[in-house]
Design a protein around this ligand. Structure first.
Ligand SMILES: C[S@@+](CC[C@H](N)C(=O)[O-])C[C@H]1O[C@@H](n2cnc3c(N)ncnc32)[C@H](O)[C@@H]1O
Length: 308
């Protein structure tokens, strides 16, 4: 991958030649520099070791975010568990998948996306996903009885596109699909899609103008009556007194782990958080004018449906 493309991937760092051990040493140094009391320092080091005991934890720390594969890993977990599949044997990873507030919120959001997409399926529909990741919110829909539909996945990471393509093939959808490797800010699709889904992009971007520019591109790509299904991570109550987070429903031990991972182990930028209202303002500036907000079950990761 070319350097400018690597830099434009907002969701996860792509390293060439780095390794987990180097990142771990850097984090250990960061912890020591904080001059915390011994118990807290020990607690952080123990948690770091636990995170490193799972491939998911290692990816999150090493890359400061999630790519398409790990997003899918988290989102599909409840459905696969319900279907009785054998899932992780690592107890800590299981704990994270079943308790971490962001994970539970995005699992709930994923179900909302699937439901909202399903409601809109009809003959001749053209749907795009940007960034598509593995695109299972669309590819796992039941298209029986729907004629002449087109599905378009757009992502800058070729590995996400390849994985989505393989899923489309296994679901018998490949001849309805197009996958293109494009930078979200540079797409030039015009008046092409009746529905665009976009999850997991603005949550990595703090600059308002950049978010507006991204959604303008989607606005232009939509047909006249087109709709966008998107989402946002709301700031926690510690950052915003009007936060919609439902603390009573949140496991506080898991919340503490989440805060440590964000503050000490990754370079996640808290300014990326936006309330649903803030995202609606951004969408309005990008041209959209009708909004529906659908909360997830923890009030953390709402879905926003915007119309042209
Ligand atoms: C958190 S994942 C979300 C994927 C998918 N929307 C989902 O919900 O499963 C973020 C995705 O954004 C893609 N991405 C990051 N920066 C991008 C950019 N500048 N243009 C297009 N895609 C990008 C990544 O490759 C990754 O697949």
């Amino acid at each position: 991958m070319k350097n400018y493309e690597i830099n434009n991937i907002v969701s996860h760092k792509i390293y060439q030649g780095e390794n987990f051990e180097k990142t771990k040493i850097k984090i250990m140094q960061r912890i020591k520099e904080k001059k915390l009391d011994t118990t807290t320092e020990q607690e952080l080091i123990l948690l770091l070791e636990k995170m490193y005991s799972t491939e998911m934890g290692r990816f999150m720390i090493e890359h400061s975010g999630f790519n398409g594969y790990w997003t899918e890993y988290v989102c599909s977990y409840p459905d696969l568990k319900k279907q009785g599949f054998k899932l992780t044997e690592n107890e800590f990873e299981k704990y994270l998948l079943e308790n971490l507030p962001f994970y539970l919120a995005t699992q709930s959001r994923f179900q909302i996306f699937k439901t909202e997409i399903k409601k809109r399926l009809c003959d001749n529909i053209s749907i795009a996903s940007l960034p598509c990741g593995l695109m299972t919110d669309i590819l796992l829909q039941d298209f029986k009885g729907i004629n002449n539909f087109q599905l378009h996945g757009i992502d800058l990471d070729q590995s996400a596109l390849d994985q989505a393509k393989a899923i489309a093939l296994s679901k018998g959808l490949i001849h309805h699909c197009t996958f293109t490797r494009e930078d979200g800010w540079k797409i030039e699709h015009k008046n092409q899609f009746d529905l665009v889904t976009s999850n997991g992009f603005n949550i990595y971007v703090d600059d308002e103008d950049k978010n507006i520019a991204f959604y303008k591109k989607i606005y232009q790509a939509l047909t006249d009556k087109g709709e966008l299904i998107t989402s946002t991570i709301v700031p926690p109550p510690t950052e915003d007194p009007y936060s919609s987070w439902e603390l009573k429903k949140i496991n506080l031990d898991a919340l503490k782990i989440q805060a440590i991972v964000m503050n000490y182990f990754t370079e996640f930028n808290k300014n990326n958080f936006k309330s649903a209202e803030k995202l609606c303002i951004i969408l309005k500036k990008a041209g959209f004018n009708k909004f529906q907000v659908i909360p997830d079950n923890l009030g953390i990761f709402p879905t926003i449906i915007a119309k042209k």
